[in-house]
Design a protein. Sequence first.
Length: 156
Amino acid sequence: MHKHILIPTDGSTLSQAAVEYGIALAKSASATVTILTVSTPFHTFAVEPAMVTDTPAQYAKQVAALATKYLDAAKEVALAAGVGCEAVHVEHDHPYLAIVDMAKARSCDLIVMASHGRRGITAIMLGSETNKVLTHSNVPVLVVRPPDRPFVSVES
């Protein structure tokens, strides 16, 4: 079965559900987990409000604090379940690439991540890191979907 599971988190409620699911799966398979959070590096020209108003040092401090918060929450779940866990924070312009690269670098055999369940124009405009991981990863991906947005199959 699975020996090493990568669980990306962005600190959202949906991500936390994926963390809990992934850790429960790891416990049942006697696997270890790597919890990953990815931050966008500081850019001088940006549209993200924190980058427009912060200095690079302020931004780095803010991002580090958020990453620690997200990773500590996930580590608590792993500790309570008795699952071996390593927490990693990386900066990358493309979170999906950081996820794919981390899975490869750590020899993970499964990625468990959340999907926000966006559809239609919202999905097109905002994109989907989960969808990008699905299309670029050689490692199997288990997608944890919000309970109010189940997968709907369209048959012809």
